[in-house]
Design a protein around this ligand. Structure first.
Ligand code: FPP
Length: 261
């Protein structure tokens, strides 16, 4: 089996050789790549259960997949990668799991920051920072500061992110501004977008969700209006080059009409 990747498809077994994956990569490089890919990284717990491991092992392996996905997206020339790492709803998990998830940014940046700097990656974060533990804010701020002059791929972590909270925050900012200015103006979609956490970023072109769940779970609800959606049954710790290439290949075959004919 050396030199081959095994890929399971609807109960049938399809074997792809390394060469076939290379060919797929060469092919997708000839077409227009999605500028911004957003990923809901799901299935760490089920991956761990299937391997008879404790849940945190799934998250630990999930960090490895973050590492490899960031490297591969960067090497392909993806301009923005947004990763949903912790939602506003994830605080409801057991305390030990919340604490473990909150330790991951530090683990990741400790080993990865020098490479991110070297590879010209820019680190950003979206979400409500105010409720994050000090060490998480610190490590993200250090990552952002150390990479702020980089001009390559933007690696955008969604941490304590919830889309409804983001939209409400924008509305509240606008109300506050209207009070201060003493006047209420009609606002456009473009104007509203400037009050979202993603104000400096274009909307995602492609959303990937792993683990077979077919929902967007309060992620980028405003920004996903015209995003192409792609779902895979593969759990996040098993997400690799082939899955990413398949998602991009599917994206490149779609006709994006934006409501036009
Ligand atoms: C969902 O899987 C995953 C999460 C809530 C956490 C995702 C976080 C990572 C993959 C690592 C983040 C890395 C950094 C560097 C911040 P789940 O636990 O809900 O899986 P399940 O639905 O199978 O139980």
């Amino acid at each position: 089996m050396q030199g081959r990747v095994v890929y399971y498809l609807d109960g049938g077994l399809l074997i792809m050789t390394v060469q076939q994956i290379k060919d797929l990569e060469t092919h997708i490089r000839t077409e227009k790549l999605p500028v911004h890919i957003a990923i809901i990284m799901d299935g760490n717990g089920r991956w761990a259960a299937e391997h008879n491991l404790a849940r945190h092992e799934g998250h630990r392996q999930g960090v490895e997949t973050v590492r490899s996905t960031v490297r591969y997206c960067n090497s392909l020339g993806i301009e923005i990668l947004t990763l949903f790492a912790f939602s506003t709803e994830n605080w409801q998990r057991p305390v030990w799991e919340v604490n473990y998830l909150m330790s991951l940014p530090e683990k990741y940046f400790q080993t990865e920051l020098p490479e991110l700097i070297k590879n010209n990656v820019q680190v950003k974060m979206i979400g409500d920072q105010s409720k994050l533990p000090h060490k998480v804010k610190k490590v993200i701020a250090e990552g952002a500061e150390a990479t702020k002059d980089n001009s390559g791929m933007i690696l955008n972590f969604a941490l304590n992110y919830g889309s409804r909270a983001e939209i409400l925050n924008a509305v509240n900012c606008l109300i506050e501004k209207a009070f201060k200015d003493g006047k209420i103006n009609q606002i456009s979609e473009e104007h509203f977008s400037r009050y979202l956490y993603t104000k400096d970023l274009p909307d995602p072109d492609l959303l990937i969700r792993t683990s077979g769940e077919l929902r967007v779970s309060n992620f980028l609800l405003w920004q996903l209006a015209y995003t192409e959606l792609w779902f895979t049954d593969v759990y996040w710790p098993d997400f690799g080059k082939l899955e990413l290439l398949k998602a991009i290949d599917a994206f490149q075959k779609r006709k994006r009409r934006y409501g036009k004919v």
